[in-house]
Design a protein around this ligand. Structure first.
Ligand SMILES: NC(=O)c1ccc[n+]([C@@H]2O[C@H](COP(=O)([O-])OP(=O)(O)OC[C@H]3O[C@@H](n4cnc5c(N)ncnc54)[C@H](O)[C@@H]3O)[C@@H](O)[C@H]2O)c1
Length: 438
């Protein structure tokens, strides 16, 4: 099939490349010319394991194309996927749909023959209806479908190839067959193909993300209780997660949830519900609890290092919101690093996905090119992101400051092994932390 992906970000680029890999002709279009130039010279603008090779393979096979010419891309395609960002509006909890509507207008302007328009972007209930209204002038040319994307950054290719479910929402039953044909290679390997109304599909995506955010927040709050009561949160996660009704995933305590989806989608869901005068009080308290977690963690840093952070050397291992991605959106580091430097600390960081522009303008924040130079002479090492290369560090050999401490926000190490090495160690939701009881 001839497909067009509008928006060549984490979702559009990965799903476009994977669609090409299962035999479709895919044109990826982006208004960011810089991204398109990079892609046409064989460089992926995002860090996603395995993506570079897959792009090269399909680009050389002439199944995958990149352009900033949206007119051409629309004209040559039968199915158009909208994959642009849907961030939170500044100063509000509402979803900013301006990118979605802008490309809808472009689809209207340049379409001359029948097209299926699919929203892959996460959009609130009723957005498909609004898109349909905007396309009203040439109504007969278009069918609008919702096909939310569930891939996770860092595991995006695998997630696209082996999704737990493919959700298609349409108000016209005959469109399900076209989408079923498109996804046949994945369905044949065992992925569930689930059809519903268009609004139903739109809500499934928000409901899923809000539920996962709730699980994380729940276990984070229980970690606070564990620290006070001398219980190990990992036992609780295991004990709870072994119940099939609950499931073990998203039950690991750590920092506040971040990333490009959970923070904005929990807010987007609350705001969409408010339009229908429905109070989603559970999701609201999840948002509040997650925001409070930042304050709680900074308080703990003060408990570890004292109230005066002036000239304290703090080293971050990882600054992205999760491993195997370069995505910084809503990562805890974006709040923690400015806070700590304002308090007078000298912060260094190392992240396997490289230096971050956002920290370049912060005084007393420095990027280091590896674990060793980052941790050398440090007073406190904060393990923020669980990249594989952070899982077996010989801290004693590299820090060279006899009094250094480690604050492990991902529980990558055990208190026993740290004690054996005479390292002052703090983690999350374990009896060893003793911070909450101070
Ligand atoms: N990132 C994820 O893990 C993930 C997972 C599932 C769903 N989603 C959803 O998918 C959507 C896209 O997310 P993302 O992370 O890929 O965003 P992104 O910011 O990485 O990419 C969006 C791209 O769209 C481009 N764009 C915006 N307007 C355009 C236009 N009019 N014409 C052409 N290009 C345009 C931007 O230049 C950008 O490159 C969002 O709604 C998000 O919630 C994201």
């Amino acid at each position: 099939m001839n497909l067009c992906m509008i928006g060549t970000g984490y979702v559009g680029l990965v799903s476009g490349t994977c669609f090409a890999d299962i035999g479709n002709k895919v044109i990826c279009v982006d208004k960011d010319k810089n991204k398109i130039e990079k892609l046409n010279s064989g460089i992926s603008p995002i860090y996603e394991p395995g993506l570079d090779e897959l792009i090269k393979k399909n680009y050389s096979a002439k199944r995958l194309f990149f352009t900033s010419n949206i007119k051409k891309a629309i004209n040559l395609s039968d199915i158009i996927f909208i994959c642009v960002g849907t961030p939170t509006k500044k100063g509000s909890i509402k979803v900013d749909l301006s990118y979605v509507y802008k490309c809808t207008k472009e689809i209207l302007k340049y379409s001359k023959k029948k097209k299926i328009v699919v929203t892959k972007s996460t959009v609130p209930i009723g957005t498909g209806d609004e898109i349909e209204k905007l396309l009203g002038k040439k109504k007969k040319l278009f069918t609008v479908i919702s096909n939310p994307e569930f891939l996770r950054e860092g595991e995006a290719i695998r997630d696209f190839r082996y999704p737990d479910r493919i959700v298609i929402g349409s108000n016209e039953k005959k469109q399900f067959n076209i989408m079923k044909k498109l996804y046949a290679p994945l369905i044949n390997k065992g992925s569930k193909f689930f059809t519903t109304s268009r609004r139903g599909a739109e809500l499934i995506k928000y409901a899923s993300n809000a539920f996962l955010a709730t699980k994380i927040t729940f276990i984070n709050e229980l970690a606070n209780l564990c620290e006070k009561s001398g219980v190990n949160i990992e036992d609780i996660s295991l004990g709870m997660g072994s119940d099939n009704r609950i499931g073990s995933r998203f039950l690991r305590a750590g920092p506040a949830y971040g990333g490009s989806c959970f923070p904005k989608d929990t807010k987007g869901l609350v705001s969409a519900a408010e339009r229908y005068k429905i109070n989603l009080s559970v999701v609201k308290s999840v948002i509040k609890s997650n925001q409070d977690r930042f304050n709680l963690l900074t308080k703990r840093i003060h408990k570890i290092l004292g109230s005066n952070l002036k000239n304290k050397r703090i080293s971050f291992l990882g600054v992205t919101f999760k491993p195997n991605t370069d995505d910084m959106r809503d990562s805890s580091s974006l709040k923690m690093i400015p806070y700590l430097t304002k308090k007078g600390a000298i912060v260094t960081y190392y992240d396997p996905s490289g230096e971050k522009n956002v920290f370049k303008k912060i005084k007393n924040c420095f990027y280091k090119k590896d674990i060793k130079s980052n941790c050398f002479g440090s007073d406190l090492i904060i393990l923020l992101t669980e990249w594989d290369e952070f899982k077996s560090i010989n801290f004693k050999n590299i820090v060279k400051n006899r009094k250094f401490k480690v604050y492990d926000l991902r529980n990558l190490y055990t208190a026993e092994e740290m004690k054996k090495n005479k390292i002052k160690y703090y983690s999350v939701g374990r009896p060893d932390i003793n911070l909450a009881r101070k």
